[in-house]
Design a protein around this ligand. Structure first.
Ligand code: G1P
Length: 297
């Protein structure tokens, strides 16, 4: 069997960001910086590292700055060059050149499944990745590359999973699964439920914001009716796909930050600031001072 390569990705970025108000009143939540880059740039970079060359970002009204960020900015580039800041000018150009980046607008917020469904014409008949931009993977080897490799071995959809607590499970999609013979980490999924009540959760493995999907998902998205929160849910479409196609889950442990809420954003900021080549060392010293002052050390 010749497996199609995963070349394309979809980043749904049409959400309102109500968990991060007032910061997101006039700024798209995806554009809030983590250290010195908007969150969505980390996610695009992660996709590119996993071999993705074509990215469709699903936006909505008041998300124009996302388009501007991934566009060229000739005035800024020449101003930087004129003042001798060649490296910075080159870095600004590189943001637009990372991948073929396209945009489509979701006219109404009708759910994650609906947002992904907006990509149908662009994706066509090939497998594709979905990256939720609230989730930033602050590790050198993010899970998406392993998911793309697993797709290559099995030719079936693969979704990222992580252990969640009893209290957290109703914030996620949760899965039922079986082990896979000959695969150390991969699980074969038997079912999944979006935001289950604690007592109905099929397991404590929650769906995280990374997916590699086969194009048959679009047929299921078109068929599902509104689910949790009255929205068209991607989880419901995947549960339907399970009726005719295998879906695998790949659990991972570390490095995921939900930057769509204030606490998750703070944690991601500290973690990534510590690793930052320019400010990392000084930030570490400053953080130690704060910890000492607060009696934490
Ligand atoms: C979405 C998905 C959910 C998944 C979660 C991961 O929910 O619908 O299945 O577990 O992302 O962050 P949201 O957080 O958009 O409500």
């Amino acid at each position: 069997m010749v497996m199609a390569m995963v070349r394309k990705a979809v980043i749904p970025a049409a959400g309102l960001g109500t968990r991060f108000l007032p910061a997101t009143k006039a700024t798209p939540k995806e554009m809030i910086p983590v250290v010195d880059k908007p969150g969505i740039q980390y996610v695009v970079e992660e996709a590119v590292r996993a071999g993705i060359t074509d990215i469709l970002i699903v936006t909505g009204r008041s998300k124009k700055t996302i388009e501007d960020h991934f566009d060229r900015s000739p005035e800024l580039e020449s101003a930087l060059e004129r003042s001798g800041k060649q490296v910075l000018a080159q870095q600004m150009r590189a943001i637009a050149d990372m991948a073929d980046i396209h945009f489509v607008r979701q006219q109404e917020p009708r759910g994650l499944g609906h947002a992904v469904g907006m990509a149908r014409a662009h994706i066509g008949e090939e497998p594709f990745a979905v990256l939720l931009p609230d989730d930033i993977m602050a590790v050198s080897n993010p899970i998406l590359s392993d998911m793309v490799a697993a797709y290559g071995r099995h030719g079936a959809s693969v979704i990222a999973l992580r252990e969640v607590s009893d209290e957290e499970v109703s914030l996620y999609g949760a899965v039922a699964f079986d082990p896979v013979v000959g695969e150390e980490r991969l699980l074969r999924l038997r079912g999944m439920v979006e935001k289950p009540a604690r007592e109905d959760a099929p397991s404590h493995l929650g769906i995280m914001g990374r997916y590699v999907l086969s194009p048959e998902i679009f047929e299921c998205i078109a068929k599902v009716t509104p689910g949790a929160g009255g929205e068209i849910q991607l989880t419901d479409a995947m549960a339907m796909l399970l009726g005719s196609h295998a879906i695998f889950g790949l659990p991972f442990a570390d490095g995921r930050f939900d930057t769509g809420n204030k606490l998750g954003w703070l944690k991601a900021t500290v973690e990534l600031a510590l690793e930052h080549p320019e400010v990392g060392a000084e930030f570490r010293t400053a953080l130690m001072e704060i910890c000492r002052r607060e009696g934490l050390l």
